[in-house]
Design a protein around this ligand. Sequence first.
Ligand code: NAI
Length: 242
Amino acid sequence: MLNGKTALVTGGSRGIGRAVAWKLASLGADIAVIYAGNQEAAEAVCRDIQAQHGVRALAYQCNVADFTEVKQTVNRVKADFGTVHILVNNAGITRDGLAATMWERDFDDVLAVNLKGAFNMIRHCSGLFLRNRGGAIVNVSSVTGLMGNAGQANYAASKAGIIGLTKSVARELAPRGVTCNAVAPGFIDTDMTKELHDSPLAAAIPLGRMGTPEEVAEAVAYLATASYVTGEVLRVDGGIAM
Ligand code: NAI
């Protein structure tokens, strides 16, 4: 289905990003994994993907918050793979705290990685999409961006921002055949949420359990391949934000 296509996945060395890289590779796409710091994990993901799915997979260290670094990295991916057909903006961090006492640094860092990081990638990949007269962007938002969450004003603002970014880019690039959508995961079992297992929020999930990274990856793969869906925000949350 995606044979001959290249997918770039940020934060692809673990959690949801790794599951997305794996899923898109299972559909035949070559994979560029962007990672922040853990080279060993990123290279292990690439080795496993190549061995299992027979596609090309390469890892690139890049801080998505850095405009120039992203530009250089997209150029390296272009040199290695020729172009990018699918961009998945998955890299994200949390620095939780109440807004009344939150450190300025924690607000800025979360916005820089989660929101500006997605912008940086879109900004530097758009030329490739325009040249290809097609492409798909999938941004990872969160139900927190839809509902808000006490203790996560910075994170919720970044994830709500992702939705505005998604819909604006969807409108800008639709005439050129490029789609831009978002997934809004609920509580997904990853390193980011390891302390949430016993939280009352987890108990309020209608489907009665946390989600898996693979369940989010299914939705990302759908949006990456759906030809007549753009500007959509697809919740993958067991019903918690309905
Ligand atoms: P995780 O913490 O396991 O993975 C995050 C990934 O982002 C890591 O690979 C990390 O290296 C990468 N990353 C962080 N900062 C980066 C930077 N500056 N440059 C490049 N890469 C960077 O988290 P998880 O749970 O897999 O989350 C993935 C995405 O899903 C995030 O955007 C997160 O906000 C979102 N999400 C997660 C939910 C959950 O319940 N786990 C729920 C809703 C959204």
